[in-house]
Design a protein around this ligand. Structure first.
Ligand code: GLU
Ligand code: MG
Length: 467
């Protein structure tokens, strides 16, 4: 901490990315030489939240060989009985990330194994499996995720408010003063991201008071999912050191926009890396026939996908037309695709050659969300599906009759509806495997039932004395 109470810029150990092909022993020597004392074998639970064991760096070779064991029954969505043998983490050395705020500790994303075999119900393993299917079709999934989140301070009375008290505009989107007031922690965060080689290309004040977005380069979907997972951990930690709270809750305030996690997707040729969504005919603002098939696959499975890409009770309070003081929510409500228009669930941004899924939110498990979106898109390609006509108008303003005429169906309106759509769609079981699909459905049904069983203030205020 400096004299002003602000954390010094993160001290990044040079050479954060380990050279490829390093042996476990070489990795240990190199990390120890740059001052790393602990290694984290990290994996995620159902919610995409990191769980880990730490080992002293001398034990890194053992950790890389799978020494760290975890009892899945202690976690949400690691379907095991209390009597089962533990799952082991197999860390991916290529994901090694020295914590920018603690250069003595290195984090590694891991996949879970049981009895020496991949554990079927591992989130990262699930994405690896679908990625393997894409590879067998000669395809690589490129993914960029836009991170929207709120940064808030808690008052003595427990109330939450934007970090800067002047952050109270009715239309705070792109607000420069709000951005500058928050630049201390934003600077640390962006420096840390760029120190990790993520290629931040812009960040801004979003449309909610206290809401921000950081955008960084796309990469192979597995790398991006690792990064989004790590990003939440890092944003939380860096803002915590400023006495602030980073929240990835999809809709913390009813009268403000929510936090999406727009998934920007394209498929590349596995060998050459050429983007196969780029239209051959020079119609630059759209996508290729392959891209259209990918879109069609996602539209086909949209209700089931929602349970995974918008996985909380609160997610569905974001997927509404209005609610924000600045007007619309910018979040999708209907199952449609189209041009640059932000009312589409699947938007093809101005430059074309990619598809942005706007229904995903900041609470999703990025591995599971990426796996489901990819699997749905691959199905569209395998079956040569046609997405039909694009929606080029403001879908929010269409009357129910106009929507009916255009065949626009609504996205699920509640978590309960989305989970039942997931349970009814065979794609969920195909992608997750039986055990994980069951764990997911039963956890989410309970989450919905628990919410539905609570009596809210809105209800008592409305009904207590009405009759
Ligand atoms: N925050 C909006 C959402 O919930 C998106 C705003 C934007 O287009 O960046 O998806
Ligand atoms: Mg945004």
């Amino acid at each position: 901490m400096s004299a002003t109470g602000v954390m010094e810029p993160p001290c990044l150990a040079p050479g954060l990315r380990l050279p490829e092909g390093l042996s476990a022993e070489e990795a240990r020597t190199q990390l120890a030489a740059q001052g790393v004392r602990y290694a984290l074998a990290s994996f995620v639970d159902l919610h995409g939240v990191c769980k880990a064991k730490a080992v002293p760096i001398a034990h890194l070779p053992a950790m890389l060989a799978g020494s760290e064991l975890f009892t899945g029954a202690a976690l949400d969505g690691v379907p095991q009985d209390v009597s089962d043998d533990e799952v082991a983490t197999l860390p991916d050395l290529s994901s090694a990330t020295v914590l920018p705020w603690r250069p003595d500790t290195v984090w590694m994303a891991s996949t879970l194994h049981l009895h020496g075999q991949p554990f079927e119900a591992c989130s990262r393993g699930i994405l690896e499996r679908v990625r393997g299917q894409a590879a067998r079709m000669g395809l690589r999934f490129h993914l960029g995720v836009e991170t929207e989140f709120f940064v808030l301070k808690r008052g003595a009375d427990g109330s939450l408010a934007p970090a800067s008290s002047s952050d109270s505009l009715e239309k705070p989107c792109y607000d420069l003063r709000g951005l500058l007031d928050n630049l201390d922690w934003l600077d640390e965060l962006v420096q840390a991201m760029n120190g990790l080689g993520w290629g931040v290309y812009s960040f801004d004040h979003e449309d909610g008071n206290g809401q921000f977005e950081t955008d960084f380069g796309y990469a192979d979907a597995l790398i991006t999912a690792d990064r989004v997972t790590f990003f939440r951990l890092m944003a939380r930690e860096i803002t915590r050191r400023h006495g602030l709270i980073a929240s990835f809750m999809p809709k913390p305030f009813a009268d403000r926009t929510g936090s999406g996690a727009h998934f920007n997707m394209s498929l590349a040729d596995l060998e050459s890396g050429t983007n196969l969504f780029t239209p051959a005919d020079g119609a630059g603002s759209w996508v290729s026939p392959l891209g259209r098939q990918f879109i069609a696959g996602i539209l086909r499975h949209a209700p089931a996908l929602c349970a995974v890409i918008a996985p909380t009770v609160n997610s569905y309070k974001r997927l509404v037309v209005q609610g924000s003081m600045s007007g619309f929510t910018w979040a999708p409500v209907f199952i449609c695709y189209g041009n640059n228009n932000r009312t589409n669930m699947l938007r093809i941004p101005g430059a074309g050659s990619r598809v942005e899924c706007r229904a995903a939110d900041s609470s999703c498990n990025p591995y599971l969300a990426a796996a489901m979106l990819l699997a749905a898109g691959l199905e569209g390609i395998r079956e040569g599906l046609d997405p039909g006509e694009p929606n080029l108008v403001n879908a929010y303003r269409l009357s129910p009759e106009e929507r009916e005429a255009r065949g626009l169906h609504a996205l699920p309106r509640t978590l309960g509806e989305a989970v039942e759509a997931f349970a009814a769609d065979p794609l969920g079981r195909e992608v997750f495997g039986e055990a994980m699909a069951e764990a997911f459905i039963s956890f989410k049904r309970q989450e919905w039932a628990s919410y539905h069983g609570a009596i809210s203030r809105w209800e008592t205020e409305r009904y207590l004395e009405l009759f």
